[in-house]
Design a protein around this ligand. Structure first.
Ligand code: 3HC
Length: 317
C-alpha cells in the first residue's frame, strides 16, 4: 500500500484510519510530526515511569512492616515494567532506547514534574499511590484508546497495574487516618504537600498547552489537560472525605450548576520551574539515574554479547 500511493493518498489513508477510530500500526505510513509527537510523549512517559521509582524506592528499606515492604517492592518493580513496555512502544517508531536515554541525560527530553518532589515521610508513599497514581490513571485510561496501536496496547496493561497502585496508596493512607493522632497528622501533611503537584501533572492549562489541539486531532490525546484535571478533582474529593483528610484548597467546593467541583488555580510558575530543572529534587533524580545507567553498562554489554553469540549460532544452523 505504502509503495503504491502518493504522499497525498497516504495522508488520506492515515486521516481515514484516525477518523474511523482504527489504530495506526508501525508498518503504516504516518506524518513525520505524528511520529515525532509520539516519540516525545512516549519517551517522556517511559522516563517518568523509571525516574518515578526513585521517590518511593527511598522507603523500601524503611517500610513499617514486611507486608508493606512486599507491596511497595511489587509496586516499584511494576514501574520498571511500565518503563520497559513504553520504551518498546517508542522503539516501534524507529528510535533506539539508548538514544532516548541519552536525550534524557542531556536534558533534551523531559520526565514528569511530579517526581521532582521529595518523599519526606512514610505517608508520602500513601499520598503518591492515592494522588499521583490516581492522576496517572485518569490521564492514562483515555490513552488506551490512543490512535497509535503499540502505545494504546501498552497502556491497557499499565492501567490495570496502576489501579492496584492507587488502591494500595488509598489503603495505606486509610490505615494512617484511622490510626493515632500522629499518624493522622502525618497523612494530612503528605496530602497537603502532594495535592497541588498532582494537579500539575496534567500539564499546563489548555490556554498554554502547545500540543493538545494537534494531539487531540490525531486522537493521541482524547481529552485536554484541563478536562482531565477536572475529572481527577471530581473523583478525588469524595475519596478524601472517606479518608478523613482535607484538601489544601480554600476555594474547593461543589458547583451544582456545573455539576463539577470548582477548585483553585495551580501555581503555574512552580510547574515551569520544576519542568525547567529547578524543582526540589531534579538534580538528585538525574544524578541517580545517570549513575545507575553507568553502573549497569556491563549488564547491557553482557546482554548484547549473549544476543550476538546466539544470533551467530542461529545463522550457522
Ligand atoms: N511534567 C513535565 N513536563 C510536562 C508536564 C509535566 N507534568 N506537562 C506538560 N509538560 C511539557 C510537555 O511535555 C510539553 O513539553 P515540550 O513542548 O517541550 O515538548 C510542554 O510541557 C507543554 O505541554 P502540553 O500540554 O502541550 O504537552 P502534552 O500535549 O504532551 O501533554 C501530558 C502533557 C498530559 C503529560 C501528555 O504528554 C501525556 O498524557 N503524557 C503521557 C502520560 C505521562 O507521561 N505521564 C507522566 C507520569 S507517569 C506516571 O505517573 C507513572 C505512575 O506510576 C505514577
Amino acid at each position: 500500500m505504502a509503495a503504491s500511493l502518493s504522499t497525498e493518498g497516504l495522508q488520506q489513508e492515515f486521516d481515514r484510519l484516525v477518523a474511523d477510530d482504527q489504530r495506526i500500526e508501525p508498518r503504516d505510513w504516518m506524518p513525520d510530526d505524528y511520529r515525532k509527537t509520539l516519540v516525545r510523549q512516549i519517551a517522556q512517559h517511559a522516563h517518568s515511569e523509571i525516574i518515578g521509582m526513585q521517590p518511593e524506592g527511598n522507603w523500601i528499606t524503611r517500610a513499617p512492616s514486611l507486608r508493606r515492604k512486599a507491596i511497595l517492592m511489587a509496586k516499584v518493580q511494576d514501574e520498571a515494567g511500565h518503563g520497559l513496555y513504553l520504551y518498546c512502544a517508542a522503539e516501534t517508531l524507529g528510535v533506539d532506547r539508548g538514544e532516548l536515554i541519552d536525550l534524557l541525560h542531556s536534558g533534551r527530553q523531559k520526565y514528569s514534574s511530579i517526581f521532582n518532589y521529595p518523599t519526606l515521610t512514610w505517608a508520602d508513599v500513601g499520598a503518591i499511590g492515592w494522588l499521583v497514581d490516581g492522576a496517572a490513571i485518569t490521564n492514562q485510561i483515555p490513552l488506551c484508546r490512543c490512535s497509535y496501536g503499540p502505545y494504546a496496547r501498552a497502556m491497557v496493561r499499565v492501567c490495570k497495574e496502576e489501579s492496584f497502585h492507587q488502591r494500595q496508596g488509598y489503603e495505606l493512607l486509610y490505615a494512617l487516618t484511622h490510626g493515632t493522632d500522629a499518624q493522622r497528622a502525618m497523612a494530612q501533611d503528605a496530602v497537603n504537600r502532594w495535592w497541588w503537584p498532582s494537579l500539575m501533572m496534567f500539564g499546563p492549562p489548555d490556554t498554554e498547552s502547545t500540543h493538545t489541539a494537534q494531539s487531540m486531532a490525531w486522537r493521541i490525546k482524547r481529552f485536554s489537560n484541563d478536562e482531565l484535571r477536572q475529572r481527577f478533582v471530581d473523583m478525588t474529593v469524595p475519596q478524601a472525605e472517606v479518608l478523613g483528610v482535607t484538601l489544601p484548597d480554600p476555594v474547593l467546593r461543589w458547583n451544582e450548576d456545573r455539576r463539577h467541583y470548582d477548585f483553585g488555580e495551580c501555581d503555574w510558575d512552580e510547574l515551569r520551574r520544576v519542568v525547567s530543572g529547578e524543582g526540589p529534587c531534579n538534580r538528585q533524580r538525574m544524578e541517580h539515574h545517570i549513575a545507575a545507567h553507568d553502573e549497569g553498562a556491563w549488564v547491557r554489554e553482557a546482554a548484547a554479547a549473549y544476543a550476538a553469540k546466539h544470533a551467530a549460532v542461529d545463522a550457522a544452523a
